[in-house]
Design a protein around this ligand. Structure first.
Ligand SMILES: O=C(CO)[C@@H](O)[C@H](O)[C@H](O)[C@H](O)COP(=O)(O)O
Ligand SMILES: [Zn+2]
Length: 193
């Protein structure tokens, strides 16, 4: 059993090492794009299913609350967090519409949409990303496998080189934390606001 435990931690670390070798420049670029969006008064919308829904909530809380620095709150919404909106949209329309409709409600040109799907093929995430594109948001996709359909829909794609949902999610949350750190440093380099 101990071998299995060590193997899983090794797998997780190796997936992250491979991911960052491929994506470090693009991560830095996205951090700059997100910092500029916040500076200009725009917000971030994040959405995904299951573990990715809670990753979206987790990261939205880092922006609205704090990551490392004591600074002004940054606007971010996790679209899986509003139970009334989710149940209403799924009940009155379809489950595939739960994110797209909220993107159309809250999203404005210049905002950032982060669509999270390990398979890259969840229909509600794809529809959310399509709505974001139509509304003029900057579209970002965090995925795994070969990227799925999501990768070809978005402007900034981050494809984790794994086919294991858990390993992909573990890399996504590290990506989110690193972005938070870079964005805080960019916006609040010297004096906390
Ligand atoms: O957290 C896990 C597995 O680690 C699950 O809850 C997982 O997120 C769900 O099966 C999702 O529905 C998977 O959807 P997706 O990532 O392929 O879009
Ligand atoms: Zn999970």
């Amino acid at each position: 059993m101990k071998t299995r435990i060590i193997e899983r931690f090794d797998d997780s670390a190796e997936v992250k090492r491979r991911f960052v070798r491929e994506h470090a420049d693009r991560i830095a670029e996205l951090a700059g794009v997100m910092a500029r969006a916040f500076r200009e008064g725009n917000k971030v919308l994040l959405f995904g299913n299951g573990g990715s829904a809670t990753d979206a909530s987790h990261l939205a809380a880092e922006f609205v609350g704090r990551y490392h620095k004591d600074r002004r709150p940054l606007p971010a919404l996790a679209l899986g967090a509003d139970m009334a909106a989710l149940t209403c949209i799924a009940n009155d329309y379809t489950y595939d519409d739960i994110f797209a409709r909220q993107v159309r409600a809250h999203g404005h040109k210049g905002d950032i949409a982060i669509a999270i799907s390990t398979s890259g093929n969840s229909p509600n995430v794809l529809k959310g990303a399509e709505a974001a594109r139509e509304c003029g948001l900057v579209t970002v996709g965090w995925t795994g496998h070969q990227g799925g359909k999501l990768a070809s829909l978005v402007e900034y794609r981050f494809v984790v080189p794994s086919t294991v949902t858990a390993r992909i999610q573990e890399c996504h949350i590290t990506l989110g934390h690193v972005l938070c750190e870079l964005i805080e440093e960019d916006l609040f380099a010297t004096t906390p606001r």
